[in-house]
Ligand binder design. Structure first.
Ligand code: 13P
Ligand code: SF4
Length: 324
């Protein structure tokens, strides 16, 4: 739930990036605030954030910090997870309307019925889900630790994996393990298709194709390396390859280029028949909105205590099963 959603509207005064950086940095000190940003946000948000990371790194940063205020420049489920872990802290979002369509593709009532069909199954849920879905789950995971967590589940144990069918399918194939998959997907990663991936690979024969496991199998099967946003980033640093075709949200190219200024990064082209390969929700986080939310101390993430406690267990289990 979001308190004071209306306050997300930008102010009428147009401040320069430098002024906004200065004001945001001053507010960070004054409020003892920690600004967390996902790699898919715009470069200026990544520049002003205290910590930039993938979903797992940000959940860990939200869990362990001395801040009084957490400002989450990401999408709603990320800020909600931070609030679940920190009930006493003020958790703010620059634009609380930045939701995740993948999370929204798994409504609690439908998922409850789906789950009831497999009474013996353990439920492992991608962190890209609502608190209600986390409350119906045994363990949460991210793309960084899903494989590590599933490896710890006995072979004989039936698993429901939700909501991302592509991530679930990738792990099921890799571990040669059947899983019951909810049929959700991320529209950003679904926008890459084999035809256009092969075309760009043909045009750049020396480039290595790297892909996020939220991509479809027809894309993943051609990738030289598959991993979470952070794993892809680290691979581009350690690999001897000088050129990469990157099949994930292009926001990560900012940090890739920063860490390897001499290497070339080519965003994978989307299939022209599919609308988007950029996460418009992540891009809703602007410097102006970040400043305004800190100044006005809203919009604030609030969560009912019963739901918070019900969803906390699956997040805690994830953190225990994949220690930093
Ligand atoms: P990671 O941050 O785990 O790579 O997930 C990508 C994503 O889609 C976040 O919404
Ligand atoms: Fe959701 Fe995909 Fe955007 Fe991540 S990239 S927030 S999964 S829509």
């Amino acid at each position: 739930m979001i308190r004071d959603l209306a306050s997300t509207s930008a102010s009428t005064t147009a401040l320069s990036h430098d002024e906004l950086f200065r004001k945001i940095n001053a507010l960070k000190k004054e409020m003892n605030a920690l600004v967390l940003a996902h790699y898919y946000t715009v470069p200026e948000i990544q520049q002003v954030a205290d910590i930039v990371g993938d979903s797992l790194a940000l959940a860990r940063a939200a869990e362990k910090n001395d801040a009084d205020v957490i400002v989450f420049a990401g999408v709603y489920f990320m800020a909600e997870t931070a609030k679940i872990l920190n009930p006493a802290k003020l958790v703010l979002m620059p634009d609380a309307r930045a939701g995740c369509p993948l999370a929204d593709s798994c409504p609690a009532e439908e998922f409850r019925k789906f789950k009831a069909q497999y009474p013996g199954a353990i439920v492992i849920t991608y962190i890209n889900s609502t608190a209600e879905i986390k409350a119906l789950s045994d363990i949460t995971c991210t793309s960084s630790n899903a494989e590590q967590i599933i490896r710890q589940i006995p072979e004989s144990q039936q698993i429901i994996f939700a909501p991302d069918k592509n991530l679930g399918g990738y792990i099921a194939r890799k571990l040669k393990r059947e899983m019951i998959l909810w049929q959700g997907y991320c529209y950003v990663h679904e926008a890459f298709s084999e035809r256009y991936i092969l075309k760009i690979c043909g045009e750049h024969p020396d480039a290595e194709l790297i892909a996020h496991p939220e991509c479809r199998e027809e894309v993943l099967r051609h990738a030289a390396f598959i991993g979470s946003t952070k794993a892809l980033l680290e691979h581009t640093v350690s690999s001897s390859a000088q050129q990469f075709i990157v099949a994930t949200e292009p926001g990560i190219l900012y940090e890739m280029q920063k860490r390897s200024p001499r290497k070339t990064f080519i965003p994978a082209p989307k299939d022209p028949d599919i609308p988007h390969s950029v996460c418009t929700q992540m891009k809703q986080n602007t410097l102006e909105k970040l400043y305004q939310c800190m100044l006005k101390r809203k919009p604030e993430i609030v969560i009912n205590e019963t739901l918070r406690l019900a969803s906390l267990g699956s997040i805690r289990r994830m953190l225990e099963m994949s220690p930093a």
